[in-house]
Ligand binder design. Structure first.
Ligand SMILES: C[S@@+](CC[C@H](N)C(=O)[O-])C[C@H]1O[C@@H](n2cnc3c(N)ncnc32)[C@H](O)[C@@H]1O
Length: 208
């Protein structure tokens, strides 16, 4: 992956930062239901949220949890900063690349990703990084939009994917399940909703 790809992505989200929440407010309940709050409730100890964006998960984190939120876009992070007053969790916002985390090996208890792996250029590499920084026994929580199991919906996604990738930096045909076990995660639970395009995955990095 080139620096140019990351710069393009970062510019794309910088430009969206002021309108992102308004757009998500309209569809989040339909798309995710309560899954964002459920993901945040699993946070404990040191939690890392990759591609935290405008910090929509921040208000749901339990009090006193240490959360490191990483994102590529300074515009998105500036919006996230405005949410810090809505929480008693201890949030540390960092500009960085989820594919190359500035975090030491096996120092994190929980990694959370919400609607991010569709955008991160190399989703497998971001998952491998999540695995690297998690302590043995640590938890991975994913809430992602993925390719549907329904052939009709999937055909629509196939049609739209080239446009979506080109103009919205958003991949419609990915699924983290393609990579998790090969990277070394043990998948504990999978659920789907919203025509099968949204997936909840709970996984762990096995200890020992
Ligand atoms: C669709 S938004 C999701 C934001 C947030 N997770 C949410 O739930 O609203 C995708 C986010 O991924 C970030 N992103 C994309 N590639 C990234 C990378 N390589 N490293 C860190 N953040 C990245 C973008 O800047 C953007 O904020």
């Amino acid at each position: 992956m080139t620096d140019a790809t990351l710069r393009r992505l970062s510019r794309h989200y910088d430009a969206l930062a002021h309108t992102y929440d308004r757009a998500l407010d309209r569809i989040e309940r339909w798309l995710l239901g309560e899954w964002r709050a459920r993901a945040a409730s699993i946070a404990r100890g040191w939690t890392l949220e990759i591609a935290i964006g405008t910090g929509r998960t921040i208000p749901f984190y339990p009090d006193e949890t240490h959360v490191i939120g990483i994102d590529l876009s300074s515009g998105m992070l500036a919006q996230a900063k405005q949410r810090l007053s809505t929480t008693k969790a201890l949030i540390h916002l960092i500009r960085g690349d989820a594919q190359q985390l500035p975090i030491r090996h096996e120092t994190v208890d929980v990694v959370i990703s919400i609607l991010s792996l569709c955008t991160i250029p190399d989703d497998r590499r971001a998952l491998a990084e999540a695995h690297r920084v998690l302590r043995p026994g640590g938890t991975l929580v994913l809430v992602e939009h993925v390719r549907s199991l329904n052939p009709l919906v999937r055909a629509g996604q196939r049609l739209l994917d080239p446009l979506s990738v080109r103009f919205a930096c958003d991949h419609l045909l990915r699924d983290p399940l393609d990579h998790l076990e090969e990277i070394g995660f043990r998948v504990l639970a999978v659920e789907r909703r919203t025509f099968g395009i949204v997936e909840w995955i709970l996984a762990e990095k096995p200890s020992g």
